[in-house]
Design a protein. Structure first.
Length: 499
């Protein structure tokens, strides 16, 4: 697939530098290199370019070069895919260029703060992440961001040794992402009262037997700085105790009654939440005025059951993602009318996850004209006819029959994501986009097609027409693979610091 264009809510752009002056200098340096290249300052000969750039870097002040080094670091989601230590990865590779680079790299603790360790069944834990290398990285860092993925079936002794090494420096942890095994979970008790800087926490389990014998996790209950906490129990519901009164982000899975108890405590501070219903066999109480939970600060919400909308009041909600089953699609507008009438919230972004439902979605948008961005994540089980009907429904009729109204003309963004091995009818999609762009009163500015799996090549004529729309100002993305998967996770409010 071809990347057609870029826009801010999709992770396909180089982030701007921070406001600090060294970063601005770094940006100016980068811009100067690009400008020089565009104006002929760099030749087509790789060796000449390398020598010229090396000469420039040798004259660069150390503090500026240190900032440039930060731009070489992999994204967290890229680093956590690597199941083995590589000396050719940044920041390690920076220490092998020359003495000057080595000294600068070692002296910048920010280069060494992210520690990612991922064990696999097929790997040898002793050699995948050698303990001396982990100790060296910790010594060079100041604050630590730990991403540790244990493996139940790999040798546990090297995993325990590395994790104990990290635990010895728990007072410096700022974030912790853990994939737990039955052996690693025994070490958690030693973390109580030892994580004063920990702000972000994510816990999940490698296998069902990883949870064996575990009744609760409470070692983070006294973490004074914790504001973002999440757990994915997956196999069995285990109580997870954290200082809920101070949380600004929440992502737990469990029965509704567990969520209700926690939300009543966390309500005043909560800004973002993913409420995942699982392990729930009990009937829910009838929603009434006395049982409504006031989430007065909540801005962003993802729910796996639309019924949750009957139990909350969200006066500041701006963004919502809702997973729904086929049998729930007709009732979707009613759920939204209920929460809107109760909350009067300034909702601007809507993401629906399931089989595209054209008429219910149109009803929601008609009832809530403040929504300007619509994201549809298509279920792997969705019928192709439903997808085609949805796209056709949102096309503008431009023929002689002018009595057919435009569907949601206020939408500025219409984004599609496919998690399964689905295909989009590009002819219908192109017709929809072209019609909305030409129609008077339609606000469409941005659109995207994201695919988790690889797609067949676009028809050249369709690709050409899409490219014309892009050149005319449409912000357009068509892409596949890991970047597409990441964007869909962003739409459904997965924690960005992990994904």
């Amino acid at each position: 697939m071809r990347l057609m264009s870029e826009f801010s809510d999709l992770p396909f752009r180089l982030p701007p530098p921070p406001a600090a002056s060294p970063s601005n200098a770094c940006w100016n340096f980068y811009s100067a290199v690009v400008t020089s290249s565009q104006m002929g300052g760099f030749s087509s000969h790789p060796l000449q370019n390398f020598n010229r750039l090396s000469s420039v870097l040798e004259r660069t002040p150390p503090e500026l070069l240190s900032e440039i080094f930060l731009w070489t670091l992999p994204l967290t989601r890229e680093a956590t895919r690597r199941a083995k230590f590589h000396a050719t990865d940044s920041p390690w590779v920076l220490t092998h260029v020359n003495r000057r680079w080595r000294a600068i790299a070692i002296s910048n603790p920010s280069l060494w703060s992210l520690v990612t360790i991922k064990y696999l069944p097929s790997s040898n834990p002793t050699f995948s992440f050698p303990l001396p290398m982990v100790e060296t990285q910790i010594a060079r860092a100041r604050k630590l961001r730990i991403h540790f993925h244990g493996c139940e079936t790999a040798d546990s002794l090297p995993q325990i040794a590395v994790f104990q090494c990290l635990v010895a420096h728990a007072s410096r942890w700022e974030e912790l992402c853990l994939l737990l095994t039955s052996q690693l979970v025994l070490l958690l008790a030693g973390l109580r009262d030892r994580v004063p800087l920990l702000q972000r926490l994510w816990i999940e389990w490698d296998q069902p037997k990883s949870q064996a014998g575990m009744e609760s996790i409470d070692c983070f209950e006294t973490a004074p700085s914790l504001v973002d906490a999440g757990v994915s129990n997956t196999f069995r519901s285990i109580p997870f105790r954290v200082p809920v009164q101070q949380l600004t982000r929440y992502q737990f899975d469990g029965p509704w009654e567990m969520h209700r108890r926690i939300l009543l405590q966390v309500a005043p501070s909560l800004i973002e939440a993913r409420i995942i219903i699982s392990f729930d066999n009990d009937p829910w109480p009838n929603p009434d005025g006395s049982g409504i939970i006031d989430l007065t600060s909540l801005r962003r919400l993802c729910v796996t059951h639309p019924d949750i909308l009957n139990y909350i009041r969200t006066p500041r909600l701006e963004e919502i993602a809702v997973h729904f089953a086929k049998e729930e699609e007709k009732a979707l507008p009613t759920y939204f009318v209920t929460i809107l009438s109760r909350s009067r919230c300034p909702l601007r972004k809507l993401c629906l996850v399931g089989e595209p439902a054209a008429h219910p979605t149109a009803d929601i948008l008609r009832n809530i004209p403040s929504i300007v961005e619509l994201s549809i994540i298509i279920s792997p089980r969705a019928a192709d006819t439903a997808v085609d009907a949805f796209i056709s429904h949102f096309a503008v009729v431009t023929g002689s029959d002018s009595t057919i109204p435009v569907v949601a003309p206020h939408l500025r963004s219409i984004l599609f994501g496919c998690r399964g091995k689905k295909h989009i009818n590009y002819t219908l999609y192109l017709a929809m986009v072209k019609a909305r762009r030409k129609a008077v009163g339609c606000a469409l500015e941005r659109t995207a097609l994201l695919f988790k799996h690889s797609q067949p090549k676009l028809n050249p004529s369709i690709l050409n027409e899409l490219d014309i729309l892009r050149r005319e100002g449409l912000q357009l993305v068509i892409t596949e693979g890991s970047e597409a998967s990441h964007a869909m996770k962003v739409w459904t409010l997965h924690p960005r610091w992990i994904n």
